[in-house]
Design a protein around this ligand. Structure first.
Ligand SMILES: NC(=O)c1ccc[n+]([C@@H]2O[C@H](COP(=O)([O-])OP(=O)(O)OC[C@H]3O[C@@H](n4cnc5c(N)ncnc54)[C@H](O)[C@@H]3O)[C@@H](O)[C@H]2O)c1
Length: 272
């Protein structure tokens, strides 16, 4: 129960089987009260219903946890993100942990086919959304004066390039710089800012990517996943729980002296 008494917000945690759900479950298992937050429904072409967490799904996840509430928030809107941070304090008394997990990775196209709208759609969620979250959380944590933990779910794409993923890769590399810069400013307040960089995980988003890249390589999804496992030193793709454990560690007192880092959780596939 390393996180007993802590209040945590996890963005994009309302889609079943996602990293956000696993992170929320792990933080709750370690004693934290958790706000499950997600976009709640399609808002536009960049957020199709079959790729996002709906309100009912979000509520079901929260209902299965001992101490949790829900809050609908589109992370592209700084006002909604501030409202989410305020909800944590109003409903649960404080804000100690903020996890920027919301992300989209299903707008993948060859370089020359990427439109300005495609580019903005990805950056708006993955990078700007994380910045709004970091800023809203830091403001409250500084005022509380009790330190805090901010963790971004970046990716292996924060360290290496991938085809059809220019905006995704740029957004995740951007989180590396964001954490480094914020860590310098927030250290004086006892607030740490770190990234976790998972390799591939077959979540809802991951399954879509499996199908996309298998087709690109002209192989079945099973063959694609077999090839992936073969190049990972620990012999398998990631699981949501692998990322969740790393997040819980970074949110615990054990990680008190770690900030500005981008930690790989990749079975040895990514080593820089
Ligand atoms: N699955 C992987 O292989 C993998 C690997 C590395 C990093 N990641 C990152 O992990 C995070 C979670 O991805 P996942 O694989 O669990 O996918 P997922 O689709 O299950 O989760 C993403 C969540 O973000 C939410 N979301 C999307 N747009 C939003 C918005 N505008 N406002 C609020 N919420 C929004 C979705 O509703 C969904 O619940 C993402 O940031 C992703 O880039 C995933």
């Amino acid at each position: 129960m390393r996180l007993a008494g802590k209040v945590a917000v996890v963005t994009g945690s309302g889609r079943g089987g996602g990293l956000g759900e696993a992170i929320a479950r792990r933080l709750a298992a370690e004693g934290a009260t958790v706000v499950i937050s997600d976009i709640g429904g399609s808002k536009d072409a960049a957020t199709p219903d079959d790729m996002i967490g709906g309100t009912a799904e979000m509520q079901a996840i929260a209902a299965s946890l001992p101490n949790a509430s829900t809050f609908v928030c589109d992370v592209r809107d700084p006002g909604q993100v501030r409202a989410l941070a305020a909800h944590a304090v109003a409903a649960h008394g404080s804000l100690d942990i903020w996890v920027n997990n919301a992300g989209i990775g299903y707008i993948l196209k060859p370089l020359l086919e990427v439109s300005p709208a495609d580019w903005r759609a990805v950056i708006d969620v993955n990078l700007s959304g994380a910045f709004y979250g970091l800023q809203a959380a830091a403001e409250i944590m500084i005022a509380q004066g009790t330190g805090g933990r901010i963790v971004n779910i970046a990716s292996q794409a924060a360290k290496s390039g991938f085809p059809h993923a220019q905006a995704y890769t740029a957004s995740k590399h951007g989180l590396v710089g964001l954490a480094r810069s914020a860590a310098v400013e927030l250290g004086a307040f006892g607030i740490t800012v770190n990234n976790v960089c998972p390799n591939h995980v077959t979540t809802g988003l991951g399954a879509w990517q499996n199908a996309h890249f298998a087709e690109l390589q002209g192989v079945s999804v099973a063959e694609y996943l077999q090839r992936m496992a073969a190049r990972i030193p620990l012999g398998r793709p990631g699981l949501p729980e692998d990322t969740a454990k790393a997040v819980a560690f970074l949110c615990s007192d054990e990680a008190v002296y770690i900030t500005g880092e981008s930690m790989n959780v990749s079975g040895g596939e990514e080593t820089h």
